[in-house]
Design a protein around this ligand. Structure first.
Ligand SMILES: Cc1cc2nc3c(=O)[nH]c(=O)nc-3n(C[C@H](O)[C@H](O)[C@H](O)COP(=O)(O)O)c2cc1C
Length: 375
């Protein structure tokens, strides 16, 4: 019995291809989640807004943000060059989207504090093949009259939900509300034929990513198994739970085992992710007119607004990014998903997420704001 439970937990790890938290039960690393309660507990306006921004969704929970504080109302945002995903995100498209999510939450949180956020993107030029040491954005806060954005209240409730979704299909009113919140780059549908085509391509893409050793290996390297590992590195793919602690799995399990295609754990994990993909009842997406850095940022801003609105509506959202990625093994799926969506180059599908009704999720871990501030 214990062994079966154990395998189920470990199996969950491989299901977390693109980063996240799989919590089977308490105990979890509370300190790794302190950022969720510390948000807004700062007096100066820049730190206050930044303390919400670090709660943004981001690929593999890499938390690629690094901030230089200039004053109480000014800062410069950089990409932390140690926090790329070189295998599955070779041109930093997803990392840039994550930084876009960060900037949107910064903006929403600033307005809640009666500040307008001026965000100047790529002031020393747009980064080309990779994000480099130049600024991603210069941030300036200016006091204004209260301009409350109702989505603000959802920042601390927002999650990525990787659980299988129920049979309940989101209604048209909710889909419209998602698109209104996320803006003109976004779309959503529960049309049966489209949902089944998107499920098929997402399923195949996820299968390829899991079965390709160097792409899956990138995920395995970022797995944090057990409370101690999550506390030490509150990022990446966190795997926590009572059984993990009881069986001392965090120390017993090796990266090699997590990557072994023959292991029961690997097979179960793969099946869990594919089952989650198959439970999609609808999709939400973000498309941009081209794949420029500015548009990747805009895509992140739109995505997180959709994610916040979904939270408000009691809907779950889960990005399925495998088919959108740029590595050679995924080339066919990248073309296929654009065909299904009728998107012609240079336009680009930037985010594709399943939407439906899942289960309550824990917050994902975060590095503290202080640790993300450049000396
Ligand atoms: C650009 C982007 C791509 C993502 N792709 C995936 C994905 O393919 N699969 C997945 O499970 N989560 C994906 N996520 C969700 C992140 O893993 C998640 O935001 C991160 O682990 C932090 O968790 P949270 O959103 O619950 O705070 C993606 C997020 C972003 C911003």
């Amino acid at each position: 019995m214990q062994r079966r439970k154990f395998m189920k937990i470990i199996g969950g790890s491989a299901a977390l291809l693109a980063g996240g938290t799989y919590i089977w039960a308490a105990p979890t690393a509370k300190s790794a989640r302190a950022a969720w309660t510390e948000a807004g507990q700062y007096i100066d306006p820049i730190r206050s807004a930044l303390s919400y921004a670090i709660l943004a969704p981001n690929p593999h929970n890499r938390q690629p943000w690094l901030v230089e504080l200039i004053s109480d109302t000014e800062a410069v945002l950089y990409c932390d060059e140690d926090r790329h995903l070189p295998v599955t995100d070779p041109i930093d498209r997803q990392i840039t989207i994550g930084l876009g999510c960060f900037l949107e939450l910064f903006d929403v949180a600033a307005s809640n504090n009666s500040y307008r956020a001026d965000i100047e993107l790529f002031s020393l030029g747009a980064h080309t093949s990779r994000l480099d040491a130049r600024p991603v954005a210069r941030l300036l806060l200016t006091p204004v009259k209260q301009k409350f954005d109702p989505l603000f209240t959802q920042i601390i409730n927002r999650r990525t939900d990787r659980s299988p979704f129920s049979e309940q299909v989101p209604n048209l009113q909710n889909l419209t509300a998602l698109q209104e919140a996320a803006g003109s780059l976004s779309g959503a549908s529960t049309r049966t034929e489209l949902v089944s085509q998107l499920r098929r391509v997402c399923h195949e893409a996820a299968r390829i990513e899991i079965m390709t050793s160097h792409t899956h290996g990138e995920s395995v390297e970022l797995m944090r198994v057990g409370r101690k590992a999550v506390k030490e590195n509150p990022d990446g793919i966190s795997i926590e739970g009572a059984m993990i602690e009881i069986l001392n799995v965090g120390r017993a399990i090796s990266k090699e085992a997590l990557a072994n295609h023959g292991a029961t754990a690997f097979k179960q994990g793969k099946q869990m992710y594919l089952d989650a993909v198959n439970s999609a009842k609808g999709f939400f997406w973000v498309v941009t007119s081209d794949n420029s850095r500015a548009n990747q940022i805009a895509a992140g801003r739109a995505y997180v607004r959709g994610n916040l609105k979904a939270t408000e509506l009691g809907l779950s959202m889960h990005p399925l990014s495998q088919a959108l990625q740029e590595y050679p093994e995924m080339a066919e799926q990248l073309v296929d998903v654009h065909k299904i969506m009728n998107i012609d180059a240079p336009a680009r599908l930037q985010m594709l997420a399943r939407v439906g009704y899942g289960k309550a999720q824990m917050q994902s871990p975060r590095w503290s704001l202080d640790s993300r501030i450049r000396a």
